[in-house]
Design a protein around this ligand. Structure first.
Ligand SMILES: NC(=O)c1ccc[n+]([C@@H]2O[C@H](COP(=O)([O-])OP(=O)(O)OC[C@H]3O[C@@H](n4cnc5c(N)ncnc54)[C@H](OP(=O)(O)O)[C@@H]3O)[C@@H](O)[C@H]2O)c1
Length: 235
């Protein structure tokens, strides 16, 4: 029997890297993307040594660009044929408030955070319908559950991801495809470097990976629709 396959976007750092590593540990073949080619090569070098025999396919893609998102999805379908898990993780956080930020901030974050996930969910979701199995996991945020003063457009893009997740879940339900929206609180990653917030107050990225993997382990008819993972620390 062939191994299971997980596709993870933005997997060279932070949460995406921890999720990709977790699926490798669980015996999956994986497909990943990011913009920085050196980071992708570094990822492959590191994990091909640790998991010889498992397939790691990496592609340089800027998911802010619709064509790159489509191309990445098509490449993954051509490479693997069967895709069990899609994790829409790639995202960008640009600080700013609705009263002051340039329109471009919203545009960039909607393109990267929302449209790329929409494009890949549609492309790979349709393919999963043919398989009558599959699971899409969208890495949203607690900033998609309440307004976030320091990152208004980011918050707007994450609210939209929750609505998108609900709509894909509804559309894919008849085909037994699951859609989970994971909403992490502040999680250790490059975006927190230099913030002055002590690392011990942040959620380790590996904890998000543990919860993502757990969501994929439920029974046939059980779907975790939404999962909030927050820190107990005051920031
Ligand atoms: N960290 C948190 O506190 C937190 C909390 C809630 C939700 N989240 C969400 O979790 C996800 C991951 O966040 P993170 O903090 O782990 O981020 P991160 O450490 O900055 O890593 C982001 C990853 O995505 C890739 N990426 C960024 N823009 C991309 C693009 N346009 N096209 C393709 N790949 C791209 C990056 O690689 P390249 O730079 O090479 O492209 C990198 O591999 C995001 O959706 C974020 O909104 C994070």
């Amino acid at each position: 029997m062939s191994r299971k396959t997980a596709i993870i976007t933005g997997a060279t750092k932070g949460i995406g890297k921890a999720i990709a590593a977790r699926f490798l540990q669980e015996g999956f073949d994986i497909g990943i993307c990011a913009r920085n080619e050196a980071d992708l090569s570094g990822f492959k070098l590191l994990y091909e040594k640790q998991f010889p025999g498992q397939k790691i396919v990496s592609r340089k893609a800027d998911l802010e660009q619709r064509r790159d998102a489509e191309q990445f999805g098509q490449d993954m379908l051509a490479e693997f044929g069967h895709i069990d898990i899609l994790v829409n993780n790639a995202g960008v956080f640009l600080p700013g408030t609705v009263l002051e930020e340039e329109f471009e901030q919203l545009d960039r974050q909607i393109n990267t955070n929302l449209y790329s996930a929409y494009i890949l969910s549609q492309l790979i979701g349709k393919h999963m319908c043919g398989q009558a199995s599959g699971h899409i996991i969208n890495i949203c945020s607690i900033a998609g559950l309440q307004a976030y003063g320091g990152g208004s457009s980011y918050s707007i893009s994450k609210y939209a991801m929750l609505g998108m997740s609900d709509n894909f879940r509804e559309a894919l339900k008849p085909y037994k495809i699951k859609v989970t929206a994971v909403c992490p609180g502040p999680t250790m990653s490059a975006s927190w470097e230099g913030s002055g917030v002590p690392e011990e107050k942040l959620i380790p990225a590996e904890d998000i990976a543990t919860m993502v993997f757990a969501c994929t382990q439920t029974s046939f008819n059980t779907c975790v629709d939404r999962l909030v993972v927050d820190t107990t620390a005051d920031l």
